[in-house]
Design a protein around this ligand. Sequence first.
Ligand code: KIV
Length: 294
Amino acid sequence: MSVRPSTDTVRRAARKPFGLADVAVKKANGEPIVMVTAYDFPSAQIAEEAGVDIVLVGDSGAMTVLGYPSTVPATVDEMLMLCSAVRRGLTTPLLVGDLPFGSYEVSDEQAIRTAQRFIKEAGCDGVKLERGGTSVQRAKAIIDAGIPVMGHIGLTPQTATALGGYKSQGRDASRALELIKDAEGLAGAGCFSIVFEAIPSRLSEVIMERVDVPVIGIGAGPSTDGQVLVFHDLLGIYAGHAAKFVKQYAQIRNAMIDGVAAYTDEVRAGQYPQPEHEYTMRAEEVTKLRELLG
Ligand code: KIV
């Protein structure tokens, strides 16, 4: 495997670590906050070099890299392995780890213990959890234990079944009101940021007037303080269904298939490896070896 230097080392060298306080500073200055997901060492390095502010090891990794049909089966140990790999690839962005389904809902104690593992074992700077309701209390407990928490409302994939599927949320006034209460609850609990997923842009605007916590949107319109996309969606690596809010900035999957197919063809045709890929051995060493072998 060859190791190539960064294509944008100047941009990278000039950056200072993006801390928790910078999230609020960006909001105050009206500068958009850029978040992207990552799940392994190379995707973390790419996020680093591209200059994003926050990297989320989302439980979307259950689908994009672990091949589960939903985010629900992801375990804490699986998420910790992904977070640790991402940690090793990052220097500047803030690193947030997603608490998987079933790892924080039972009690405040369970939530704190799980969150602590993300900080101690995987080197995350903070954690994210989904929903309002009882999650507001869990968020508060984790924050009281000294761990920064990012909330997540709207379409919350961990409980998509209860929401009637992977559908946009808050399009009628009564559900919109619930989401406003959830956002206010998470802001009141002390979350440093909240993700709004798949809600109408007009509802985002209404909530934004009522909470002063930095909001990062995904399918929540342009009024939020920042945007997040799933790495595999924005680069066109994941072959599954893409939500309405996904914009594909590259089509890496086809390039990857083409590359592996070309390798397959060359091996089968005896065209790879070529002399430039071989290690040499001096003729006298070959002779000596043959003598040793008798
Ligand atoms: O798991 C994830 O990737 C997420 C983002 C879509 C916010 O929760």
